[in-house]
Design a protein around this ligand. Sequence first.
Ligand code: CA
Length: 234
Amino acid sequence: MKRILIVEDEAAIRGFEAINLGRAGYQTVEAGSAEEAVEIFENDGPFDIALLDISLPGMDGFDLCKHLRGKSSALGIIMLTARTQEMDKISGLMLGADDYITKPFSPSELLARVDSLYRRVELQTGKAGPQSSDEIKLGDFVLNIRRRTLQKGDKNIELTQVEFQIIEYFFTNPDTALSRSDILLKVWGEAYYGEEKIVDVNIRRLRMKIEDNPSTPQNLVTVWGMGYKWNTAN
Ligand code: CA
């Protein structure tokens, strides 16, 4: 269930947000003040997203944002701002909030921003599917992107940061030939002016770690004239 906490003291605006998000498939819970929101967050959570108005009676939206961020790093937070002077505070606010919307806004703008944030939150918390999005399984291998580990069967394979990035690139593009320049660009970035040989060196070292027989690799194979690919057909 996609759950949103809406915090807004003006009932008309709050209702407008709740109706439009409800139509789009979100379950909304409304709070008329920050204090009420704190209580709801504690007792009626968890929420995927919090939509916070900045101008609230009592505790304001900035303090509420800080409070909620302190409680959860995974929560998606969007601030609603009306006045231009509030915009000045946005840079500081962005430390805790993920996005902000300026009033007045249309239903389609609200939905676009909420949907986009929800997708990011969903990825981050691994709700995207039955296979948690931070884990990629290929044959005997399991790559955990969050913990930055690679396992072969029940054996943990120690990788350097660069080796890990190379493996991550192959695992997100299985059975696809990747050229040396693709790998160089992806892992070392555009600013790296080194030779493509560095790729070969790392591939060779990776094969020592992951292949049963590194001289006749079955997983990390050479594609002549192209580069390398991760072969899942074995
Ligand atoms: Ca308000």
